[in-house]
Design a protein around this ligand. Structure first.
Ligand SMILES: *Cc1c(COP(=O)(O)O)cnc(C)c1O
Length: 409
C-alpha cells in the first residue's frame, strides 16, 4: 500500500529567511509567536542568522543560555559522551547520572534527585511527590501564586496562576489554590486541613521579574514548618547562578523541601531535575514515577559541565557584579526616560517595567541586532549569559536605552 505523504517542497540551495518562514508555515505547528529570525550559529553572547548577520543575545535560549551559546566545556563534554554511550535505560545504572545528582545535592541541601527532560515535567514530578507524601492524611491541595508560571503540561498549567494560559483547556487538574504573590497573610488564610504544599518561584520570571521578598520566603518556611507543609521552589528560571547565588532561595537563607531545575541546568541540552529532602523523596518508591529519557548520560554530562563552568569561571560573582552594573545604569536611565516605570532584578535576571507596550521595543532592538524579551506586555526581560563581557553588556544597554529614548510615552 502506498504511504500517503505530501510531496516535499524542493529546498533551494541558498535558502533565505523568507523561505524558512514559508517551510515553517507549511509544516510546523503554529503554536509560537516568533520573530522572523533564523539562527544558524552561536558563540557566547553572539548569534548569527541565515544571512550571516550578527546579533548580541541578551536573552539566550529563553533563559536556557546561562553559559551563552556553545560554551567550549559543554561542547567537549557532549562530544566525549556522544562517542561512548548515548542513552541508558533507567533499568540500569550509569556514571554521569549519579555524579550530577551528587553535585546538585552538594550545591543545595541534603536530598536525592529525580531527573526528567523539561521544566514542566519537573513541576509534574513535584505535584506527584507532594500528593504521594500527603496521601495517607488525605492532603493534596497545593497553594500557588498569582502570575506564576510553571509550564504547559496539564498539571503544570493547572498550577500556573494566570487564567490567560488556562482558557479553553478546562477542566483543569483540581487541587490548586491561588493566592496573591508576596502576601503571607493570604497564604496563611488559604491553608486548610487538605493543604500539602506551597509552590512558588523565588523570582517570577514569565510573570515579570517579580521578586519574592526575603521576609515572605522566611515567613513561608516558618508557616510550612508549623503546619507540616512542603515548600516547593520552582528554580527552573532562577537556578544555576542566574541571580548571583546558585539558587535564588539562598538569598533568603531558607531551604525548600523540594527544588525544581531545568533551563540552564543542561546549558541547552534538555534536562530537568527535582531535588527533594530524603524523607520526602522516599515516598516515591520504585515503580511510582519514571521518565524514559530522564537523566540521559548526554544530558547529565552537560549538567556537570555547566556546574564546573559556573565554579571555575566564577560566574556567580560575575552575575552579582554585572547585575549591579546593569541595575545601576538602568536606574539612572529611568530618571531620564519617563516610560520606564521600574527597574528590578537580582544578578543577571533583569526586568524593566514600562508604561507602554514593550513589544515594539523588542522589535526595534532586533532590527538594531540586539535580542531581548518582553513579558506581560509591558515588562522587558533580560537574561544575558553569565559569561557575557562587560563591553557586550554596555553595547546592548546603549542600544536598549537609545531605542527606549525614542519611544513616545
Ligand atoms: C520555563 C519555566 C517552566 C517550564 O519549563 P519548560 O521546560 O518550558 O516545560 C516552569 N517554571 C518556570 C519558572 C519556568 O521559567
Amino acid at each position: 500500500m502506498a504511504v500517503m505523504m505530501t510531496k516535499p517542497t524542493r529546498i533551494r540551495k541558498a535558502m533565505k529567511t523568507a523561505d524558512v518562514l514559508e517551510q515553517y508555515g507549511r509544516y510546523v505547528m503554529n503554536t509560537y509567536v516568533r520573530s522572523p529570525l533564523v539562527l544558524v550559529k552561536g558563540k557566547g553572547s553572539r548569534v548569527w542568522d541565515l544571512e550571516g548577520r550578527e546579533y548580541l543575545d541578551l536573552f539566550p535560549g529563553w533563559g536556557v543560555g546561562g553559559l551563552g551559546h556553545c560554551h567550549p566545556w559543554l561542547m567537549k563534554a557532549l562530544r566525549g559522551q556522544a562517542g561512548r554511550l548515548f542513552h541508558v535505560a533507567n533499568t540500569y545504572y550509569q556514571m554521569p547520572q549519579w555524579k550530577l545528582a551528587r553535585a546538585l545535592v552538594e550545591a543545595s541541601f541534603d536530598g536525592t534527585v529525580f531527573f526528567a527532560n523539561s521544566g514542566a515535567e519537573m513541576v509534574e514530578s513535584a505535584i506527584k511527590l507532594a500528593r504521594r507524601w500527603g496521601h495517607a492524611e488525605g492532603r493534596h491541595e497545593i497553594i500557588v501564586m498569582e502570575r506564576s508560571f510553571h509550564g504547559r503540561t496539564t498539571g503544570a498549567l493547572s498550577a500556573t496562576g494566570q487564567p490567560k494560559y488556562q482558557e479553553g483547556f478546562e477542566p483543569l487538574l483540581p487541587g490548586f489554590v491561588c493566592v496573591p504573590f508576596n502576601d503571607l497573610e493570604a497564604v496563611k488564610r488559604a491553608v486548610t486541613p487538605k493543604t500539602v504544599a506551597i509552590l512558588l518561584e523565588p523570582i517570577q520570571g514569565e510573570g515579570g521579574v517579580r521578586i519574592a521578598g526575603d521576609e515572605f520566603l522566611r515567613g513561608l518556611r516558618a508557616l510550612a514548618d508549623e503546619r507540616r507543609l512542603l515548600v516547593i521552589a520552582d528554580e527552573i528560571q532562577t537556578g544555576m547562578g542566574r541571580t548571583g547565588t546558585m539558587f535564588a532561595y539562598q538569598h533568603a537563607g531558607i531551604e525548600p523541601d523540594i527544588m525544581l531545575l531545568a533551563k540552564t541546568l543542561g546549558g541547552g541540552f534538555p534536562i530537568g531535575a527535582m531535588v527533594a529532602k530524603r524523607a520526602i523523596a522516599d515516598v516515591l518508591a520504585p515503580g511510582t514515577h519514571a521518565s524514559t529519557f530522564g537523566g540521559n548520560p548526554l544530558a547529565c554530562v552537560c549538567g556537570l559541565a555547566v556546574l564546573e563552568a559556573l565554579e571555575k569561571e566564577r560566574l556567580l560573582e560575575r552575575a552579582v557584579h554585572l547585575g549591579g552594573v546593569v541595575l545601576e545604569r538602568l536606574t539612572a536611565f529611568k530618571a531620564r526616560c519617563p516610560i520606564v516605570k521600574e527597574v528590578r532584578g537580582r544578578g543577571l535576571m533583569i526586568g524593566i517595567e514600562l508604561s507602554v507596550d514593550g513589544r515594539p521595543v523588542v522589535e526595534e532592538c532586533r532590527l538594531r541586532r540586539v535580542l531581548i524579551n518582553c513579558t506581560q506586555e509591558r515588562i522587558l526581560r533580560l537574561l544575558p549569559a553569565l559569561t557575557i563581557t562587560r563591553a557586550q553588556l554596555d553595547r546592548g544597554l546603549d542600544v536598549l536605552e537609545e531605542v527606549l529614548s525614542q519611544v513616545e510615552g
